[in-house]
Design a protein around this ligand. Structure first.
Ligand SMILES: Cc1cc2nc3c(=O)[nH]c(=O)nc-3n(C[C@H](O)[C@H](O)[C@H](O)COP(=O)(O)OP(=O)(O)OC[C@H]3O[C@@H](n4cnc5c(N)ncnc54)[C@H](O)[C@@H]3O)c2cc1C
Length: 385
């Protein structure tokens, strides 16, 4: 057993930290957050330096690195700034579906622009009536000659109004029984007639990302936009979640670490009753608890990434990492606000934003409850529902 990162991994971690410290300006972050704006210029620079899609093979513009290296970058970015970090690290969202299951032509067409900062991707799975349960969907893609014709609505889609292409989960065989055996993932490019993305409006956190509703009204796409085998879409998405949940755990981990860093510095500086608040034992215990939780989440997240990089799919492990890191991050950010007292409630001091930004970690890519269902079903067999 070896708990050390390699020299190369430490170099990547350091490079990501230095980039984030140099580029993620606090005033800019506050402005972007206020305006619900994507950090475009920083994203471009991150792509130029190879931070986005570094886990893609070199042939598709990546660096041929693993999910662990990607998680280290995600953690450092989110630690420096929860809003900018999340927005940047979701810019390649769902590209892995193309990478793992797409044709050679699809990989060559869609992946290099993502790493070059010329395109943003999105994954459209959730529908207004099908969230946690995507074993049945209302969106259909019916084969007509050499095309699919897509109809339906997707909601809560990250990068919805920014993305250049979308991986869309649809029913191609609405008669399939069970329904999930008749699903496919299909690529849809922005600007395709009949396709429309509409921003959902104000939200609690991650305001530098777009969250949109997508509508498909007789959208025609060529059959070659099918990703992988027909009727395997549901399984592809489940496998993708086993990868992407590690990234979400890393986002949660980074945000918790960032909130902790700020709380620790503040506790050592702020004086009340003639002493530093860090000198009160109650504050010390808070810091000890926070740090222990962060380190526990780090061990689970790195282990899940390390395991994935060894070619092993372990839904229980990734669900544990995502569930624990998500809850832990909300708790740590909450405690950070408490340590800041009234200042913690004021946006300028950042920790309230970290708190708002991290709540989504318990919701997207499967809620906390769904992660528990996955963990439990692997322990005791299939859980009801
Ligand atoms: C900001 C944001 C970004 C998102 N980005 C994307 C994206 O890019 N692509 C995409 O496809 N989706 C995205 N989502 C959607 C997200 O994945 C869903 O919101 C999530 O999976 C939950 O679905 P739901 O909102 O319909 O809640 P529901 O499924 O209606 O769940 C409501 C509550 O019931 C609980 N529940 C449901 N089923 C069970 C069960 N079997 N056992 C126990 N409890 C259960 C849930 O845990 C939850 O507490 C995003 C959502 C948000 C808010």
């Amino acid at each position: 057993m070896d708990f050390e990162l390699t020299d190369e991994q430490r170099d990547i971690q350091r490079a990501a930290r230095e980039f984030a410290q140099g580029e993620f300006d606090r005033e800019l972050a506050l402005e972007l957050e206020r305006n619900h704006a994507f950090p475009k210029s920083i994203w471009k620079k991150a792509c130029e330096l190879g931070f986005i899609g570094l886990h893609f093979p070199e042939a598709y513009g990546g660096q041929g690195l693993g999910i662990l290296e990607n998680a280290l970058v995600v953690e450092e970015f989110c630690r420096q700034d929860s809003g900018i970090g999340v927005a940047l690290t979701l810019a390649d969202f769902s590209s892995e579906v193309i990478l793992r299951f797409g044709t050679e032509a699809q990989k060559r067409k869609y992946l290099p622009p993502i790493t070059r900062g010329e395109a943003i991707s999105a994954g459209a799975y959730t529908e207004p009536d099908h969230g946690s349960d995507i074993t049945r969907l209302s969106t259909t893609a019916i084969r007509k000659g050499e095309e699919f014709v897509i109809n339906g609505t997707k909601t809560f889609i990250t990068n919805g109004t920014l993305a250049d292409h979308f991986v869309v989960l649809c029913h191609t065989n609405p008669e399939a029984d069970p329904p999930y055996r008749g699903m496919c993932t299909i690529l849809v490019e922005k600007g395709t007639p009949g396709f429309q993305a509409t921003e959902l409006g104000d939200k609690m956190g991650i305001r530098m990302t777009s969250t949109a509703e997508l509508s498909f009204s007789d959208v025609h796409v060529p059959l070659e936009n099918l990703i992988g085998e027909e009727n395997r879409g549901f399984y592809q998405v489940l496998e993708f979640f086993d990868e992407s949940r590690i990234e979400i755990a890393a986002q949660a981990l980074g945000i918790a670490q960032g909130a902790f860093d700020r709380a620790l510095a503040y506790a050592k500086e702020r004086r009340q009753f003639g002493q530093r608040i860090a000198d009160f034992q109650v504050t010390q215990h808070k810091l000890a608890d926070m740090y222990t939780k962060i380190e526990t989440a780090r061990l689970l997240t790195y282990k899940a990434a390390w395991n994935f990089d060894r070619g092993r799919i372990d839904p229980r492990l990734t669900a544990m990492a995502k569930m624990y890191a998500g809850r832990m991050s909300v708790e740590v950010a909450d405690e950070a606000i408490q340590i800041f007292g009234g200042y913690g409630y004021i946006t300028e001091y950042e920790v309230e934003r970290f708190y708002r930004d991290t709540k989504i970690m318990e919701i997207y890519e499967g809620t906390r409850e769904i992660q528990k269902n996955t963990i439990a079903s692997s322990l005791i067999g299939k859980t009801k529902g």
